[in-house]
Design a binder for this molecule. Structure first.
Ligand code: AMP
Length: 248
């Protein structure tokens, strides 16, 4: 089974996002960037599938600027076999990303795609489902666990207030949720080994897909500052405050 893992380089989740002065987006100049956390979970899952003998080849792809190669190297250091870098300085919309992934799935004869449930920069949560729809493949979104049996895959999905179990025929698309696994840290020897693993260089034009944007970002704003809280003496004062202020 050939497994494809799409990974996106995003603003590190520990860094506070700062909006650009012209409100056109988040300022990414000189800030720490890392692999999207949900994609780390996908990479871990692919490596585990390989260790279990379920996956025969694990391929990591990132669509992004030159530095996305670092993100690919991280996945290779975690244990994946080889990488594909589709270089672009544009932050492509999910539809364009999904079109490129579809072309790769077809040219690489992929059996399973594990994407993150969302990239924490744009919070679109759309790419995996768009890809499944365009391929006509079943999808198991928000995966909490994955179990293979013959030519099918059972996915436990994280739904509001519980879990839903679904069975998918393969090939399929899965999107990862936080509790699927705990990603490993790459060891130093594996970081060194990863430097020798191949990364194919491509551009969106190589896939002949239309990546023109359909969406214009009108404005990005920071959350409103919270007003200071008040201290109340006792429960009656709290109830009175709730009645008059409506909030604590
Ligand atoms: P999104 O739909 O943008 O929230 O992204 C969901 C998932 O799609 C991510 O977790 C990645 O697995 C994949 N993805 C999105 N954008 C890219 C990209 N530029 N390169 C590689 N994978 C991506």
């Amino acid at each position: 089974m050939k497994v494809l893992i799409p990974v996106k380089r995003v603003l590190d989740y520990n860094v506070k996002a700062r909006v650009k002065a012209d409100q056109s987006g988040v300022d990414l100049a000189n800030v720490k960037m890392s692999m999207n956390p949900f994609d780390e979970i996908s990479v871990e899952q692919a490596v585990r599938l390989q260790e279990a003998g379920t996956a025969t080849e694990t391929i990591v792809v990132s669509i992004g600027p030159a530095k996305a190669q670092e993100t690919i190297r991280t996945a290779l250091a975690m244990g994946m076999d080889r990488g594909i870098h589709v270089q672009t300085d544009d932050d492509l919309e999910p539809l364009a990303v999904a079109k490129i992934l579809k072309a790769l799935v077809e040219s690489e004869a992929i059996d399973l795609v594990i994407a993150g449930k969302q990239a924490i920069d744009g919070d679109n949560g759309a790419t995996g489902s768009m890809l499944a729809a365009m391929l006509g493949w079943p999808q198991g979104t928000f995966a909490n666990s994955m179990e293979f049996g013959g030519d099918s895959l059972t996915v436990k999905r994280e739904v509001d207030g519980g879990l839903q179990t679904v069975k998918l025929s393969l090939p399929a698309v899965v999107t990862t949720d936080l509790r699927l696994n705990e990603p490993r840290y790459a060891s130093l020897p594996n970081i060194m080994k990863a430097k020798k693993k191949p990364i194919d260089a491509k551009t969106p034009a190589d896939f002949g897909v239309d990546t023109a944007p359909r969406i214009t970002t009108v404005k990005v704003t920071e959350p409103e500052a919270r007003s200071a809280g008040v201290k109340v003496e006792d429960v009656p004062a709290l109830v009175a405050a709730l009645k008059t202020e409506g909030v604590i």
